[in-house]
Design a protein around this ligand. Structure first.
Ligand code: NI
Length: 395
């Protein structure tokens, strides 16, 4: 496998950096130690460092000659969950865990930064974005809002995520949606409490809430084009305290996903309509809080081509899947892709056995892919910023 020789030589360093980050996970907007480590390493490579975007964000900048500017982005945050692994680099902090591999993403981008700073086989500018709070809190959005691309103007921005279930030495990327838009909702059903033996004296919010849960299944099955993708999942239903008392209220919550703006908006409208009218049918009242969070992560065709070619330089074109099925998971790199042309790619993390799935307490980033991912970053920067006529249209 033609990973870059100089990067393969950095493997032990990258693994050491990753294990250190894995042992010291920090959650959304609290990545202070992580940001310190990243900034210190970037400086030691001779890279300019800017800190403070979105609080704990770090941006490294490397110029060499004249040419275009691109950004390569990694995420730094961990999840608020307790690790079940027992290996030496397991989390030192109960309730915090790198269960999505952002420790590996950070280590790979640091490895690529060191290589690019040492070799400088490119013409132009590379910005290394280390963002906080990818997991649900929108650190990428905040970086954009606080002027990321005004302060660090780029022609294109690239992101990468490890993908369990995709083999080691494989990449997957496609134009259009890679990851879904993610929304959350909470529905408060207000009825009237009564004795459990005398339901006719009240309005039962549990029966009404159950009907809403059932009716919400029709958002996807009856109101969405079968050729479009959407998900509506009710994941929480809280009501009542006693076995013989019907409560006043029931509170349902859940998440909705879609791959396009149109389906997303139609899903929101349907959830609102079904909750309100079903409650009315039961003589109850439903109040709906619906919050549109991350938009869909939508890749741009020209940057997908560049990314796929760079990946092929590392693993061979036959190991780059150019038409993977999009995931209904979400990713706040979407906000960066909404601002600039770019591409988000999956790098294979290997088999999922033993719980090596994203957000599993048994997950661990696969060290075997550190050199592959870092080589992809390096080849991408070198090929996009090669200064040849092929890329001159890009400038
Ligand atoms: Ni992640």
């Amino acid at each position: 496998m033609p990973v870059i020789e100089e990067i393969a030589a950095l493997h032990q360093d990258m693994a050491r950096w990753r294990h250190d980050l894995h042992a010291h996970p920090e959650t959304a907007f609290a990545e202070r130690r992580t940001a310190d480590v990243v900034a210190t390493r970037l400086k030691s490579f001779g890279i300019e460092v800017d800190r403070g975007l979105a609080g704990t964000g770090v941006v490294g900048t490397l110029h060499h000659g004249h040419g275009a500017a691109i950004a390569l982005r990694a995420d730094m945050d961990a999840l608020p969950m307790t690790e079940a692994n027992t290996f030496a680099h397991r989390s030192r902090h109960p309730g915090r865990m790198h269960a999505c591999g952002h420790d590996g993403h950070t280590a790979m981008l640091l490895g690529a930064a060191r290589y690019l700073a040492e070799t400088r086989r490119f013409h132009g500018t590379v910005h290394f974005i280390f963002q906080p709070a990818e997991e649900g809190e929108g650190g990428g959005k905040r970086m954009v809002e606080e002027g990321l691309f005004r302060r660090f103007p780029v022609h294109a921005v690239y992101g990468m995520h490890n993908w369990p279930g995709l083999g080691v030495g494989r990449f997957a990327v496609r134009p259009g949606p890679m990851m879904a838009a993610f929304d959350i909702f909470e529905i408060t059903v207000t009825g009237k409490g009564s004795h459990g033996a005398m339901p006719h004296q009240g309005i039962d919010p549990i029966v009404c809430g159950a009907a809403i849960v059932g009716a919400l299944q029709t958002v996807v099955s009856r109101f969405t084009d079968p050729l479009d993708a959407a998900v509506v999942s009710v994941t929480r239903f809280h009501a009542g305290e006693a076995w013989n008392a019907i409560p006043d209220r029931a509170v349902l919550a859940g998440t909705a996903r879609a791959l396009s703006k149109e389906v997303r908006n139609a899903t929101e409208a349907a959830v609102r309509r079904i909750a309100a009218t079903t409650a009315e049918a039961y003589g109850a009242h439903a109040e709906v809080h619906y919050d549109q969070r991350y938009p869909a992560t939508v890749n741009h065709a020209a940057e997908v081509e560049r990314a796929a070619r760079a990946a092929a330089l590392v693993v061979g074109a036959e190991h780059v899947d150019r038409d993977p099925t999009p995931s209904m998971g979400a990713e706040d790199f979407a906000y960066m892709l909404a601002e600039r042309p770019g591409c988000y790619i999956w790098v294979g993390n290997g088999p999922t056995d033993g719980g090596r799935n994203l957000h599993s307490p048994h997950y661990d980033f696969n060290d075997a892919i550190l050199s592959i991912g870092a080589s992809y970053w390096a080849r991408l920067a070198e090929s996009v910023l090669s200064g040849t006529s092929e890329t001159s249209t890009f400038l």
